[in-house]
Design a protein around this ligand. Structure first.
Ligand code: THU
Length: 135
């Protein structure tokens, strides 16, 4: 699925935005939400969860992907992240996390916290030649 209806983007954005409201980001103050669509057309959301031991903080994408996996989801086709003022994109670690669990045509969207500035990439362009054991 590479050409979603606008309503799919709207639904992903609504889920990610609601998750972003729950972000635990007392250190960076940078709240992020993420939503993923799995192969059963289910949406799972996550927020960033920071920690006083800074390296232990978790990105929103990791939380959303974990929610998908624990519910039996195998593959995501769309990922949407929301936060910041228009320059957000998944960090390198999350690109690898998404690559592990996404289908070949996965699309990644980024939206500013105010819902504007929609950006879109093919996951393959965000992390070309991703490390893999060829599942
Ligand atoms: N963060 C995410 O959750 N996702 C991203 O795509 C970029 C960054 C979080 C990590 C940290 O809690 C905060 O944003 C600032 O880097």
């Amino acid at each position: 699925m590479t050409d979603p209806s606008p309503s799919l983007i709207d639904r992903l954005q609504a889920a990610a935005s609601a998750a972003r409201e729950q972000a635990h980001a007392p250190y960076s103050k940078f709240k992020v939400g993420a939503a993923v669509l799995d192969e059963q057309s289910r949406i799972f959301a996550g927020c960033n969860v920071e920690n006083a031991a800074y390296p232990l903080g978790t990105c929103a994408e990791a939380v959303a992907l974990g929610a998908m996996v624990v519910s039996g989801g195998k593959t995501c086709s769309h990922v949407l992240v929301i936060g910041g003022d228009g320059d957000l994109s998944p960090c390198g670690g999350c690109r690898q996390r998404i690559a592990e669990l996404c289908g070949p045509d996965c699309i990644v969207y980024a939206v500013a916290a105010d819902g504007t500035a929609l950006k879109e990439w093919k996951m393959a362009d965000l992390l070309p030649n991703a490390f893999s054991f060829d599942r």
